[in-house]
Design a protein around this ligand. Structure first.
Ligand code: ZN
Length: 361
């Protein structure tokens, strides 16, 4: 019964081609979500910023919900046939099946069930449509615009069934620009090679990062982009390098940036901050987390694990405001690939866990 309804909602949501730049489809999809709640006597607030639509739907008229469920309805680009869901046994294939429309379907279903109970607590759903682009016009905007203060948030956008995520690394993207003096490549002593300046500075920057163990919970650096020069027989007068840095709760992002700036200043290399995003971190001893894990064990008979993820999600915007949050998912695979799917049976399981948790907390 639950699985049947979750299948229908997921299938319907997948049919909208909601890349975050496709405003007409975002609009249609948001109308579909609102329509799902039309006889439910819930409060619906629609937000829009830079053509990104967010919906805040709650059982009570307040922006301080006891529990906030969160998911996103934008997707990364997909092939045309991925916007028509294909179901094989318990697997539903399609763009956004697991990231994040299937999980959104769970949140929608759970909220509707709760709304039938005349529950005295305020339970809400925030559905946004730019998570894949950083959540700035969705989650971040909603938090400030509505002065959103949930007591606890469950973001259905990471981890897996039986795994709850309490921390994700923060991110810094830097652009290094080196200037030199160009001249003919046959007389390099007459010029200053901008690319060589970058090549020489990088090992010094990298030495700030230990990175001695694979997949470890420590800060990392990746040199992801390098460009410069326009001819082989010319000394280049400009070079650029972009660095992708991920850090943990044990690191100080300001210090990472200032250390790199100090190294670069000596070489007269300019540093531009392209992105500086907080990490997501909730204390695992949080009472609501303990209660959620208890509900999980009760419903599934499996002891869930708490864990960390290296990538970033919208949960970081909540963490930045000290809002406790946990991230989880049903089962599924192939995020952002042609083989993306969600396991519908696990959708039903997670829906039951959330219902039990909400009813008892
Ligand atoms: Zn996602």
């Amino acid at each position: 019964m639950i699985k049947k309804e979750l299948t229908k909602i997921t299938k319907d949501l997948v049919s909208f081609n909601t890349t975050s730049n496709n405003y007409p489809e975002l609009k249609k999809c948001s109308e579909y979500i609102k329509d799902y709640f039309k006889n439910s006597n819930l409060n619906i607030k629609t937000l829009e910023k830079n053509k990104i639509i967010s919906l805040y739907i709650s059982t009570k008229k307040s922006y301080s919900p006891d529990i906030l469920l969160n998911a996103h309805f934008d997707v990364v680009p997909g092939k045309n046939n991925q916007f028509k869901a294909k179901i094989i046994k318990d697997k539903l294939y399609g763009r956004g099946a697991i990231d994040d429309k299937g999980p959104l379907a769970i949140a929608m279903f759970v909220l509707k069930e709760i709304s039938k109970l005349h529950f005295d607590k305020n339970i809400a759903l925030l559905a946004t449509s730019d998570e894949e682009k950083g959540g700035f016009n969705g989650m971040k905007y909603a938090i400030s615009k509505l002065n959103l203060k949930p007591r606890f948030t469950i973001t259905l956008d990471g981890g897996t069934l039986h795994k709850y995520v309490t921390k994700e690394k923060g991110l810094i993207h830097l652009k290094l620009t080196a200037r030199g003096i160009s001249c003919h490549g046959s007389r390099p002593w007459l010029g200053i090679n901008a690319i060589e300046k970058l090549i020489n500075v990088y090992p010094k920057i990298k030495s700030l990062f230990k990175m001695n163990k694979k997949n470890n919970w420590e800060k990392t650096i990746n040199l992801g982009f390098i460009s410069g020069g326009d001819a082989v027989n010319k000394v280049p007068d400009k070079g650029e390098m972009k660095l992708d840095i991920r850090y943990t709760e044990f690191d100080n992002p300001k210090k990472i940036i200032s250390d790199i700036k100090n190294i670069c200043a000596k070489e007269k290399i300019e540093v531009t901050i392209l992105a500086n995003e907080p990490l997501f971190h909730t204390h695992p001893e949080n009472e609501k987390i303990k209660a959620l894990l208890k509900s999980h064990k009760k419903v599934t008979k499996v002891t869930p694990i708490l864990g960390a993820e290296h990538g970033a999600s919208d949960a970081r915007h909540l963490s930045e405001k000290n809002i406790p949050c946990i991230v989880t998912y049903p089962k599924g695979e192939g995020l952002h690939s042609d083989k993306e799917y969600i396991d519908l049976k696990s959708s039903e399981t997670l829906a039951k866990v959330l219902l039990d948790f909400i009813k008892n907390n």
